[in-house]
Write a protein that binds this ligand. Structure first.
Ligand SMILES: [Zn+2]
Length: 335
């Protein structure tokens, strides 16, 4: 188990969500961590529970109004069992390479390709929605561009990634300095924070600076190469650290190691999963999916809940604490 109580392997997942009933319990706990409250009349009492063709429905004992457990989620109105949705969400959020609808159909044991396609499409919709949170602040941000695609349809992608320092970086550096006279490469002490990627039509200042403005908090340190497009960044209240690379790849590697690593992994993913063949007008959706997984790679439960459309049901307790009874509503804790 993940420390946050989320399954980290298929057997664990199977144990946590063995059947539709377990999935329904999870949905109910996510929405009403302190027990059912009727959305219509606010009455608080154990409801009647019954199955319909598409969901589990809770009926208020006072006003008799029904509330579907899948209301407001990607599962609403679907005839597919909850357990199949849960498996699907687990697969799309934990398997690093995205998968085709055919692979998905086989893995979920679905008889109809169309069902697999629909489920995959709906789960992915939760991944391709752009996020508005700004990068930077206390973390320096590396910004650079790369070419994606074949010889004849190259597309320019601009990316921004935070450079974060490991918590134990100073201890490690001290330890390594004792062991090695030359110290350690900085790269081992930092890791990639949050990421943004955008398809642009060119490298004009207009496109590049707009991207930085939309992605990075003003006041942040922004590292780039010495491309003209970035020259006006200080005018937008960024602490600009450009480097004169002049075609020297080693200097670029030292100045912008994190974004280059991201680009390299991105290209491997596109080649491996999509055989490099993504039409440029679809590319942004794939980039968003890539960014979604990247930014949640340490938070599998958040990813799982957001593809199922449960994210709006905030303050999610971990599964473990739900069942141990340790989880407390934040309002209760404050009181
Ligand atoms: Zn009611």
């Amino acid at each position: 188990m993940d420390p946050r109580g989320f399954p980290t392997s298929l057997p664990e997942f199977q144990e946590t969500f063995p059947d539709d009933d377990a999935c329904a319990k999870y949905l109910e706990k996510m929405r009403w961590p302190d027990g059912f409250i009727c959305p219509k009349c606010q009455h608080r009492e154990e409801p009647h529970r019954f199955l319909t063709r598409t969901s589990v429905v809770l009926r208020c004992r006072k006003c008799k109004v029904n509330t579907s457990l899948t209301a407001g989620t990607v599962m609403r109105g679907s005839h597919t069992p909850l357990s199949t949705w849960f498996w699907g969400a687990y697969l799309v959020t934990t398997q690093t390479p995205g998968q085709s609808a055919l692979q998905f159909q086989r893995q979920l044991g679905l008889s109809r390709y169309e069902t697999a396609f629909q489920i995959l499409h709906k789960l992915r919709a939760g991944m391709v929605r752009p996020v508005r949170e700004m990068l930077g602040g206390e973390y320096p941000v590396e910004v650079d561009e790369t070419f994606i695609g074949g010889v004849h349809n190259k597309t320019i992608v601009v990316g921004a990634v935070e450079v974060r320092l490991r918590k134990d970086a100073e201890d490690r550096a001290a330890k390594h300095r004792q062991q090695h006279s030359g110290g350690v490469p900085l790269k081992k002490l930092v890791y990639a924070g949050r990421l943004r990627l955008r398809v642009v039509s060119g490298r004009s200042a207009n496109e590049l600076v707009s991207f930085v403005n939309d992605s990075v908090d003003s006041g942040s340190v922004v590292r780039t190469d010495d491309a003209k497009g970035y020259k006006s960044l200080p005018g937008y209240y960024y602490i600009h650290e450009p480097l004169k690379i002049a075609g020297d790849p080693q200097k670029a590697e030292a100045h912008l190691p994190m974004i280059h690593l991201v680009f390299s992994n991105l290209k491997t993913w596109i080649l491996g999963t999509h055989h490099g063949a993504i039409a440029s007008y679809h590319l942004q959706a794939y980039l968003n999916e890539y960014v979604f997984r990247f930014n949640r790679r340490f938070y599998p439960m958040t990813a799982f809940n957001s593809v199922l459309g449960l994210a709006a049901r905030a303050q999610s307790p971990t599964y473990e604490s739900l069942y141990s009874g340790q989880w407390q509503h934040p309002l209760e804790r404050a009181a």
